[in-house]
Design a protein around this ligand. Sequence first.
Ligand SMILES: [Zn+2]
Length: 230
Amino acid sequence: MPGYLTHIIFGHKILPENIKNVKMYNLGLMGPDILYYDKSDPKYKIIADTLHEIDSTNLIKRLKQESREYALGFFLHNYLDKKIHPRILILERTTNKSHTKIETIIDAALLKKEWNTKVAKLDKNFFPQRLPASFIRIFEEELYRSFGIEDVHLKDIYHTFLKNFSLLYEFYYLKAVLVYIMYLITFGNFNYKDYYIFKTPSVDILKDYGIDILWKEAIKEVVPLVKGIF
Ligand SMILES: [Zn+2]
C-alpha cells in the first residue's frame, strides 16, 4: 500500500471545493490503515486487512450520512491502494528494499514534487483531536451489520492511532536517529528505521519507480468517479 503521505497528498490534489471539515477528510484518507497503528492486539491487523479486501460500498454510504468528508476520503484511500499497491509489490522485488522503505521514499518524493517541502518540516497536525460519538457509533454498527466484525472500540483505536502517529513522526530527525540506534543495539529486532528518511530523494525516482504514470492516471480516473458518488 502507499504510505500515509501519498494518500493525503492525493486527496488534496483533488480536494473538492465544498469540503468543510478538512481534518475529517484527512482521516478518511487514512482509510482502514489507522488500525495498523494499534499493535496491542493482532486482531486489528486482521480487521484492517479485511477492510482492504471487502467491498466497502455500504460502509461508505452509511458513513456519508454522518461525515461526507470522511466517506469521500475513505473511498479515495481504497481507490489509491488498489491503483498503487501492485506496483509497490513489484518494486519490492526489483529494488530489494522493504515495502515500508519504498512507501517512505515515494512519500518524500511526492511531498517534494507536489508541496515542495520535506517530511521533517511538514506540519503533521492532520487529524481531529477526537471523533464525534455519533460517528463512532455508526462506524461500529456498520462493521457489525455488514461484515460481522464486533468488539471494535473505535474510540480507543483512534486514541492509540493519534498517540502512535505522533510518537513516530513528531521531532522527526530525533526519532529517526533514536530508531536507528535502537535498530543497531537490538541487532535488528527493533526495526522502525524504514519509516524514516534523512535525505529527500530526487523527484525523478517517481518516474523510475513507475509511480509518475500511475499518479497521473489515478487523478484522471478518480475525478469523474467522485462526481458520480459524492
Ligand atoms: Zn490502506
